[in-house]
Write a protein that binds this ligand. Sequence first.
Ligand SMILES: Cc1cc2nc3c(=O)[nH]c(=O)nc-3n(C[C@H](O)[C@H](O)[C@H](O)COP(=O)(O)OP(=O)(O)OC[C@H]3O[C@@H](n4cnc5c(N)ncnc54)[C@H](O)[C@@H]3O)c2cc1C
Length: 536
Amino acid sequence: MDGAFDYVIVGSGSSGSVLAARLAEAGRRVLVLEAGVSDRRFYVHMPLGYGKLFYDPVVNWAYRTEPDPGLNGQRDYWPRGKVVGGSSSINAMVWIRGHASDYDDWQAAAGSSAWGWDAARAAYCAIEDNADGADAWRGQGGPLAIRSSRDAAHPLVAPYIAACEAAGLPRNADFNGERQEGAGTYQLTIKDGRRNSVARAFLRPALKTGRVALRTRAQVTRVVFEGKRAVGVEYRWRGALHQARAGEVILSGGAINTPQLLMLSGIGPAADLRAQGIEVLHDQPNVGAHLNDHQGINYTYRMTVPTMNDILRPWWGKALVGMQYLLTRGGPLSVSINHGGGFFRTDPSLDRPNMQLYFQAFSTLMPRDGERPILSPDPFPGLSIGLSNCRPTSRGRIELASNDPFAAPRIIANAFSTDHDVAEMLAAVKFIRHIAAQKPLADLIAEELRPGPAITSDAALIDDFRQRSGTVYHPSCTARMGADPATSVLDVDLKVRGVEGLRVCDASAFPTLIGGNTNAPAILMGWLGAERILAG
Ligand SMILES: Cc1cc2nc3c(=O)[nH]c(=O)nc-3n(C[C@H](O)[C@H](O)[C@H](O)COP(=O)(O)OP(=O)(O)OC[C@H]3O[C@@H](n4cnc5c(N)ncnc54)[C@H](O)[C@@H]3O)c2cc1C
C-alpha cells in the first residue's frame, strides 16, 4: 500500500471521509488510515442504537477528562467515534449548520472569504440532499441525505413547541433557514430509517472509484518527517508497525487525537514535549490549546401521559418496536433521541441565539459514569428538556499524558471557568422552567424530577448544573486555523505552519466553535478543505 498515494488521511471521520471523497473525485489517490473498526454493525445503522454505542469501547475512544473544578471536581465522560465514519457513526444525527454569523467569525479569524458564510452556504447546499427540497437555504441532490424529524415526531413534541411559543420563543420550521432562533423539530442525517454517516454518504462511494484505499484498525503513531517535510506516517496494524508514504499527510483524527498526534510528532509546546521525552521539531504553543466545547444539562419531568419510556422499557415493548423496525424501518428506533429542539437568547440584547434546546420524549436520569446505558428508560413516563450553550468563553486544552501513542491524552475541559458561562447558563436553566410552566405542556407534567422543586436559589441552580451537566460532544479548535501565526496552528489552507507537507482537516481546525452541533461544520471543513488542498 506504500508509495503510490498523493495523500494519506489519518482518520475516516466527518471531515476525513468527506475530504477523501472530494480528493478522489478530483482524480487524486488517497489512503485513509482508521484506528477504529468497520461500521458494518447493526447498532451503528439503527438510529436509536445511539445508546448502545455511547459507552461501547469497540467503536468509541470513551475518554475521561481530568477532574474538572467547574463540574464540582468530576471527570466528565467524552465519547468519540473509533469506527469508520468517526463520530458521525455514533452521534445523535442532528443536522445544524450553525448561525450565519459564526462563519463571519471564521472569515474574520482566517482573514479569508474562503471560510465565510457565502462559501459555507454554497457548500452546504451542494452537500445536502434535503427531503424537503431545495430553497434559498436548503440544498437537494447532494451526497448527504437529510430529513426532518417532523413527520415522525412524538405526540409530545406539539405541546412542547406550543409551550415554547407561549414562553415567547416563536415556532421555527427550519433552524438552518433564514432564522436560527425559535422552537421546532430537527433535521437529521437519517436515510430510509438508517443512520446516514459520512461513511455511508461519502467514503463508501469513494472506495468504489478505486482511487481511495481504506485500512481499518490502523492507528497512526506519528508523522514521519525528512527534515521538516512530512513524507508519511507510521501506524500500527495487526500488531506490527508499518509506514505509509504519500505526497502529503492530512490529519483528520478529531479535536482530541489530532493535537495528540501533532505533539507525538514533535509539533507542540516545546517544554511539554521535552517533558515527555519527545524531540521538538517545531515549537508551537497553540497545539492542544483553545479547546472549546458546548456544555449541556437536562431537566427531567414525570408526565401524566405516556412517553417513550412506556414503550421502550417493558420487554414486550422492546420486542414490538424491534419488530416494527426490522419489518418497516420505522417506529421509535428509526429516529434520533432528539425529538424537538430550538435556539434562544438568554438576553434580548444579544444579536444571535446563545443557547440550544433539546426535547426528548423519554427520560433516563442518566448517571455520569456509565453504570447504565443511556437508553435504559425510567420505569415511569418521563421526558427531558435539555440545553447547551452556543459560544462559551471557557477554554480548555489537550496535553500529552505520556509519549505512548496508545495512551489517552489529558483532557483539561475547564467547563464553566468564566463568570460569563456561569451567568448565561443560570439564565438558561431558568428559561427551561419557564417553558415547562406554559400550557399545554404544563398540564401534562406531574412533577419536576431533576433538579427538583427544592432547587430554587441561584446558588443551588449553579451547583446543580456544575454537578449534573457535561459535554455535548463538540470539542473543537485544538489545532485551529487563523490568519495570526501567534494564536493559531494552521494557515488558511490548513497547512501546519513551521513544517512542509502536513495539514489538518477536522474539528480541531475550527477557528472558533460554531453555535450549534458540530457534525455539519466538520463535514463542511472536509468539503471546503478539499478545495484549499486542491488549490495547492
Ligand atoms: C455521542 C456524540 C453525539 C453527537 N451528536 C451530534 C449530533 O447529533 N449532531 C452533530 O452535528 N454533531 C454531533 N456530535 C459531534 C460530531 O459528530 C463531531 O463534532 C464530528 O463528527 C467531528 O468530526 P471530526 O472529523 O473532527 O472527528 P471524528 O468524526 O471523531 O473522526 C476522527 C476519526 O479519526 C480516527 N482516528 C483518531 N486518531 C487516529 C489515529 N491516531 N490513527 C488513525 N485514526 C485515528 C478516529 O477513530 C475517528 O474515526 C456528536 C458526537 C458524539 C461523540
